[in-house]
Design a protein around this ligand. Sequence first.
Ligand code: XMP
Length: 183
Amino acid sequence: MSRRALAEDVGEVLVTEQQIEAAVGSLAQQLTADYADKSPLLVGVLTGAFVFMADLVRRLDFPLEVDFVAVSSYGDATVAGELELTRDVSDNVAGRHVLIVDDILDTGRTLAMLTDLFRRREAASVRTCCLLDKPSRRAVEFEADYLGLEIPDQFVVGYGLDFAQGYRNLPFVGVLRPELYES
Ligand code: XMP
């Protein structure tokens, strides 16, 4: 399926390529002001954050390192299951400035769990940077330190975000046509 055919499955574009570029640029500016002398470790949350991470780091004008974690939730799919770290960072984070990078802040459980984890490991600082936020979905009290754009409570795909592992390569963020979720 070509990217053009994938794009035809999208009923509504919520965030255009240009809006994403502007948001990433603005986040990069804020981070460059705050982290220029800190050599932070940027920790991306797989898989969705890989596109955002790749665009963001290329606009950060200071020394940094990159690593990734993966989190999955298990238990009954209909209720919020326990979160499990299925991939960990490679190095000790004690004394490091950790910036967790994620594509979307939804219930807040993933970033709350990861922030707590790196704090317990005695990172020098732990902050979070999220491209998208669905504030109406929050289940735990959590706000990102650096935030790109707020979106309504709709399931979105594109720019790293998937439906059944597909659509991650779309350059914009959109909502699939309803019949695709139903089939
Ligand atoms: P929480 O709820 O812990 O979850 O803040 C954040 C993670 O949930 C996934 N997520 C989505 N993935 N489209 C997606 O493809 C969405 O609309 C969406 N909302 C939440 C995502 O993996 C994110 O890291």
